[in-house]
Design a protein around this ligand. Sequence first.
Ligand code: B3K
Ligand code: ZN
Length: 871
Amino acid sequence: PPTVRLEDYRPSDHLIDRVELDVRLDPHDTRVTARLAVRPNPAGRPGAPLILDGDDLRLLALDLDGQSLAPAAFRVAPSALTLPEPPQRPFTLTIETRLDPTANTKLMGLYRSNGVYCTQCEADGFRRITYFLDRPDVMSIYTTRIEAEEAAAPVLLGNGNPVEAGRIEGTGRHFAVWHDPHPKPAYLFALVGGRLDRVSSTFTTMDGRAVELAVYVEPGKGDRAAYALDAVERSMAWDERTFGRAYDLDVFNVVAVSDFNMGAMENKGLNIFNDKYVLASPDTATDADYAAIEAIIAHEYFHNWSGNRVTCRDWFQLCLKEGLTVFRDQEFSSDMRSRDVHRIGEVRTLRARQFPEDAGPLAHPVRPKRYAEINNFYTATVYEKGAEIVRMLRTLIGERAFRAGMDRYFAENDGTAATVEDFLRAFEAETGRDLSRFAEWYERPGTPRVAISGHYDAGAQTYSLELRQTRPGAGSDAPPVVIPIRLGLIGQDGPLDDARSSRVTDGVFVFDRWDDVLTIENVATAPVPSLFRGFSAPVRVDMAMDDTERLTLLRHDTDGFNRWEAAQRVAARLMIGALRGEATEVGADAFAAALDSFLDARALADPAFAALVLSLPSESDLADDIGSEIDPDAIHAARYDLRTRLGTALTDRLHALRDALSEPAGTPFSPDAASAGRRALRNAALDLIAAADPTGGAACADAQIHSAGNMTDRLAGLSTLALLPGETREAAFASFAERYADEPLVLDKWFAIQAMIPEDGTVERVRRLQEHPAFAMTNPNRVRALVGSFALANPTQFNRSDGAGFTLVADTVLALDRANPQIAARLMTAFGSWRRLEPVRRGMAESALRRILATPGLSRDVTDIAGRSLG
Ligand code: B3K
Ligand code: ZN
C-alpha cells in the first residue's frame, strides 16, 4: 500500500469554507447532497487540480455554480472526484451521492447500528459520505439538514446547534437542520437518526451560557444513562476550574450505540459512544465500568478544546490531541478519585500495552513519520506515551508555568490545525526555556532504560547516584532524552528530609545525558533511594537494590506509587527467580510477612491501594520483564505458585479483611471510589484465598455470586471460580448466561471470563462460544470480549505451543477482515510480541502471520499490521 510521509506534508491546494449537507436517510438508499463553497488556497499551488477524496462512493449528480458539469470537466471513481482544471476563484460545487447505510459493515462513514443511523468519520470516514477534501487542515462551517421517516427516526441530531425542524406533510417524513458555527475538519462531522430515549439536564458555563445536556440511549435504558450524564456535568465544571475552558455551544449531546469500532468519538457537540461506555446500573456494570465511563465521557468532552477548537494539521500530529486529552482525562479521574490509586492504574496500562508495543515490530514514535493506514496508529504509544510526555513537561516546568503554557497554546492556536511544534512553542514562550531537546520524546520509538547504582559515603555524609541511559530500539544516531526523575531518600525510619542537592529542584532531578552522577549532601544515614516517584518518566529502571531495601520503601516511602512499585518489584523478582531456579534474598515467606504487616497497618485505611499491593504483576508484566525466549506456561506456573504461597501465609488476615469489609445486606450500591476500593480489596483477598484453598475458595466464590447485590462482586466471584475447574464453575456460567440472556454488555463479561481461562480446553470453548446465539462477528464489542480477551489476556492459551491459539485468532482475523478491517487489524496486534517467544511458539506464531499475509484480498489495515509484524 502507498505510504504517507510526514516530510511530504504540504498545504491543501483548495479550501472549503462552508458545507451545506442535505441527508435524506433511508435504510438502503440514502441520498446526500453536499454544497461545498470551494476556493483556491493562497498557500497552495495555483492552478492545481481539485482532487476530492472518496471511498466506495457512487456519484448521482454534480454541478458547479448551478451548472451541470460536462463529462470532460471531471473524472469520477469510487475513490476520488477530480476536476483537472477547476476555476481559479471561489465556486460552489454540488455533489449528490447515494449510500447504503445498512450494508456498511466497516462502521466507518454512515451506518446503522440496531436500526439507529449514526456516523463515524475519524480518521477518514467522511469520504464514505460525500467526496471531500478529507484532511484535518481543511476546516469548514457546516449546516446539516437531516431527513428521515419519522416513525423510524424520531430523533435527528447533528453538530452544533439546532436551528429548525418540521414535518414534511403527507410523507411520514420529518427533518431537522443543525448549524455548527465553529469551523471544523470533516473528521468531526456527525449525525444520528433513530428511536432513542433521552435523559437531560442543563449546565450553566462560567461565562453564563445555559447549555442543554442530553444523553440518548436505546429505548428503555434511560435509567442507565444517569451516571454518564453526571460525568458530563462534572467534566464541564472540572475543565473550567482546572484549565479555564468553557463549553461553546447551546447543546451538548451524547448518543450511545451498540456497534462501534472504538470507545467513543468527540464529534463537535455530538459525541457518539460505544454503549459500553455510557450504560451503567449496579446490576449490570462493575466499578471498573463506572470508572471507564467517567474517564471516557471526560476524554471526549475535553476534546472539545484539545482536538476540536485546536485540531491537528495532519494525522502525524495525532498525539497533539490524543496524548494531551488522555493526560487531561487522567488528571480529571485523579481529582475525582484517589490520585495514587489512579496513577498506579495508568502505569499498569502503560506497561501492559505500550511497553510491549514499543519493544516489538509495531513500535513507532509518538509522532510517527510514515503510515500506510492511519487507523492503525490509534495506539498505546500515541495515546498513553503521548500523555506521559505532557506529564513530563509539567514536571519539568512546574504546575504554574504548565497552566500558563496551556492557556497560551489554546489562545494562539484556537480555530486552527496545529502541530506538536506549535504546542511546545507555547511553553517555550511562556517559560523562556528551550524545549528542542525535550521534543526528542516525540521522534523515536523504544522505551529508554536507566541503570542506576547508589553509593553512600558515611564520612562525607553524601549519597551519590550513578546514572546511565540507553535507548533500545531508537537507532544508533539517537541522542539521550531528557528524563525528569522525581526522587527522595528514605532512612530506616522514614524520609530523610534534610538531604539536598543543588541539582534537585522541587524534588526533581533532570537527567539529560548518557551518563551522570548526582551527589546528594547532608545524608545522615545510609539511605534507600525512592526514584521516579509517581512514575515521573516512561522508562524502564534497572536499580541495583536488594529486596530488603524495597521492603523499606513499602513501609516508609511517602510516595504511594513507589510503595506499590516496591512490592511489585519484590514479587516480580520472586516469580522470575523461581522460574529461573535462582534464589532471592527475600523469600516468599518474608514477602508474605511484609505484606501482612503492611495490611495490618494500612489495609482498612486505604483499601483501594491495598488491593493494588495484593495484586501481583500480571503474566504479561512478567513476560515483558523477562524480555526474550518467553515460555508463558512457566510464567503462569511461577505466578500461580506465588499466589498459592501468599494465600496460604495470609489466609487468616485475608478472611479477617473480607469480614471487616463486607457490607451489611441491603446497603445501597454506590460507585464512588471509596466503596469501589472496599470491594476491590475484598475481591483481591478472595483471589488469594482461592489460590491457597481451591475447594474452600470455590465455595466462597459461588456464595458471593449468589449473594452479591451488584455486578462488581458477582463478576469477581465468577472470575475467581473461572480458575477452578469443575461442576460448580460450569453451573455458575450457565446460570449467569440465563440471568443476563437479554443483556449483551453483561454477556460480554461472560464471554471474556471464559476466553481467559488458562486451560487446554479454552480454544475449543472459544470456538464453541463463537457459535453462541449472543455472539456476533459483526459487533465489535462481542469480538473484543470473546476473541480479543483470548488473544490479549490469555497468554498460556493464545501462545499454545501447538499453535492452536494462533490458528484460532488468525481464523477470526481472516473471517472478520472483509466485513470490518479495523477490528480485524486491532485483533492482529495480539501477535505484536511474537518475536520474544521461545523458538517453538515463535515458529507457530510466524506461520500464522504468514498465512494471514498470504491470503488474497486482504484489507490495507490487516496487510499493514501483518507486514510490519513480520518485517
Ligand atoms: N478520536 C477517537 C478515535 C478515533 C479512532 C479512529 N480509528 C476517540 C478518541 O480518542 O477520543
Ligand atoms: Zn481521544
